[in-house]
Design a protein around this ligand. Structure first.
Ligand SMILES: C[S@@+](CC[C@H](N)C(=O)[O-])C[C@H]1O[C@@H](n2cnc3c(N)ncnc32)[C@H](O)[C@@H]1O
Length: 251
């Protein structure tokens, strides 16, 4: 499964197909950015370290959180994705333009920060772009990363795991990276078995709300918030039924 991401995942095609903030993708982005803004503007979640797991070639999930943590570590299995994030961090020519997402999040946040401040904050606080593999007990092996106050993960675990048992194990590994009292913010897909990037199909573990909540509970997490956005799928590019957004506390 991982090698599929190392060899067949094209970050440019992915970003252009899912993150141009147009059509149905605007609906998903709006849902996600509004939820993230609500979570972090509550003032309940702040601290020293935030880790994002399976960041892919993106940075949008960190916009609202970036105001509340001192340092951010991002990570992904595929080198092409880590390079894409580094390109954006260095503001290199040809890097993806996240201005629409950043402007949207600033508007939702009541314009307390300007897009320029958000970009500067992200570029200054993202200190490390690391390789991770959620199928390992320590996803950062051979490194040991200090536990985080907050972990964000979006659309990663269901793409990285071959079945529900592997999903449970990788969620356990992710929860293991969190301090007691820390918060997990997860975005994902429900009842999806595949999605497509360009001509390439990627398998996905089909999840239900009940399975995710039960698994988190077994891992000592208490789910504070679970929201879903239903989708009507008319295309053959994915069989997703809904997106979910959850916030859970480590007891
Ligand atoms: C659908 S993309 C999601 C990317 C991004 N987080 C987003 O929300 O758009 C799935 C991501 O999971 C990463 N991935 C796949 N297998 C992985 C693994 N074993 N460990 C960590 N990340 C993995 C892929 O490289 C890819 O970036």
């Amino acid at each position: 499964m991982e090698d599929l991401y190392e060899t067949k995942f094209d970050p440019e095609t992915y970003l252009n197909e899912f993150y141009l903030m147009t059509g149905k993708n605007r609906r998903f982005a709006s849902f996600m950015l509004c939820q993230l803004s609500q979570t972090f503007s509550s003032g309940k979640y702040k601290g020293k370290r935030l880790i994002e797991i399976g960041t892919g070639p993106t940075i949008h999930t960190l916009i609202s959180a970036s105001a509340h943590f001192e340092e951010i570590v991002v990570s992904d299995y595929a080198e092409v994705n880590r390079r894409e994030v580094e390109k954006w961090l260095r503001d290199e020519e040809g890097c993806f333009n996240w201005n629409r997402h950043i402007q949207f999040a600033c508007d939702v946040e009541g314009r307390s920060r300007t897009p320029a401040v958000v970009k500067e904050t992200l570029r200054q606080k993202i200190k490390h772009v690391l390789k991770c593999d959620v199928n390992l007990e320590n996803p950062f092996q051979p490194l040991t990363v200090e536990p985080a106050d907050c972990i964000i993960s979006s659309l990663c675990l269901e793409a990285a795991c071959k079945d529900r048992e592997a999903y449970r194990r990788s969620l356990e590994a992710v929860v293991g990276l969190l301090q007691p009292g820390g918060v997990l913010v997860m975005i994902g897909d429900l009842s999806e078995t595949f999605y497509t990037v360009g001509d390439q199909r990627f398998p996905v573990v089909s999840l239900s709300q009940e399975f995710i909540e039960d698994t988190l509970c077994e891992l000592g997490m208490s789910v504070q918030h679970f929201n879903r956005q239903k989708l009507t799928n008319t295309e053959d590019r994915s069989d997703i039924e809904a997106n979910f957004y959850l916030v859970a506390h480590k007891e």
